[in-house]
Design a protein around this ligand. Structure first.
Ligand SMILES: [Zn+2]
Length: 319
């Protein structure tokens, strides 16, 4: 089998490093990995990007989604409307999208309060809004193939193994295939150079306490692969797979240590940790699940203990 050309299409986003990428694999049949951001401008970018290499949205035979985040599923509808591609998504998304909104709201309300968030209503609204938006952008009824973790799927003339890597997002799958001699990974928001994606996992829904251990597990699972070239959703295409995996692991280790130091200095809640991080990092709301997840994980590790006072979980270093 000859090696297919891989074309990258970048959509601008307003966070670092300023873009999200989708990839067109020009093989025996065409495969598009991820579908950019929503909206009219992004639709044009997709059309132009495909047009530059002689394709149109109607020419896509297979559309593969690594994970259901807004910047990866924005133009699913454009591709579906243009032709009749097969649409692949992680199997666990089906249940996640079937989540009852009232129940999600109730759980997020409890967890946001426990994390020490001041504007609990805003956190609840954000969760419900992103659920309804994401399942509108990636309609479950349109998915032709739900992909299970670990499964090998033949897509467009190549065998891709779906490697589960949660933590950034609970359902996240990376796709590994051999393009002739080149062991290739479409990594979504994992194995990015030179940074680690933030742990959003399930947001503040049930399972926020699994954010960090699941992230480690995904990194370690990826670490068992041998990969020559990585096509990530953010940052450059690179050939430093093991370095990027080691960096991600080190970044979690560092965060772990830093949060322990914060707790030692009297910071007590998940929200307060997020506030400290937001001084030098991104927007606070996107740091909340990872920050709260981290203190919960430190408690699971026996490093800290917590007590609930007026619904807020307050942490301190274990004696
Ligand atoms: Zn993402």
């Amino acid at each position: 089998m000859t090696v297919p050309a891989v074309h990258r299409i970048e959509f601008p986003v307003d966070w670092e490093p300023g873009h999200v990428a989708a990839y067109l694999v020009d093989g025996p049949e065409t495969v598009l990995f991820d579908a950019g951001t929503p909206g009219e401008d992004a639709r044009e970018i997709l059309r132009d990007g495909l047009g530059a290499v002689g394709f149109a949205p109607a020419d896509i035979d297979h559309l593969v989604i690594t994970h259901p985040h807004v910047d990866h599923i924005g133009q699913v509808e454009t591709v579906l409307d243009a032709g009749s591609p097969r649409l692949y998504a992680p199997a666990s998304v089906e249940q996640r999208f079937a989540r009852d909104e009232a129940d999600l709201a109730a759980v997020v309300e409890t967890n946001a309060q426990a994390a020490g968030v001041e504007d609990v209503a805003a956190a609840v609204e954000m969760s419900v809004r992103s659920l309804t938006r994401n399942r509108r952008l990636l309609p479950p009824a349109d998915v032709s193939r739900w992909v299970e973790p670990g499964e090998t799927v033949s897509i467009g003339g190549f065998d891709y193994t779906a490697v589960h890597a949660g933590g950034h997002q609970a359902d996240h799958l990376c796709y590994a295939a051999d393009f002739d001699e080149t062991r290739t990974l479409f990594s979504g928001d994992m194995a990015i150079e030179p940074f680690r994606s933030v742990g959003l996992h399930v947001g503040l829904d049930n399972g926020v306490g699994e954010t960090i251990p699941t992230f480690y597990e995904g990194i370690d699972r990826l670490g068992t692969l041998d990969i020559d070239r990585v096509y990530p959703g953010h940052g450059p295409v690179h050939e430093s797979f093991h370095e990027s995996i080691a960096q991600s692991r080190a970044s979690l280790d560092n965060l772990c240590e830093w949060v322990t130091t914060l707790l030692d200095s009297g910071i007590e809640t998940g929200a307060a940790v997020a506030t400290e991080r937001a001084r030098t990092d991104r927007e606070r709301s996107s740091l909340l699940p990872e920050s709260y997840g981290m203190v919960l994980w430190l408690e699971q590790q026996g490093v800290v203990t917590s007590t609930i006072v007026d619904g807020v979980r307050r942490f301190r270093l274990a004696p």
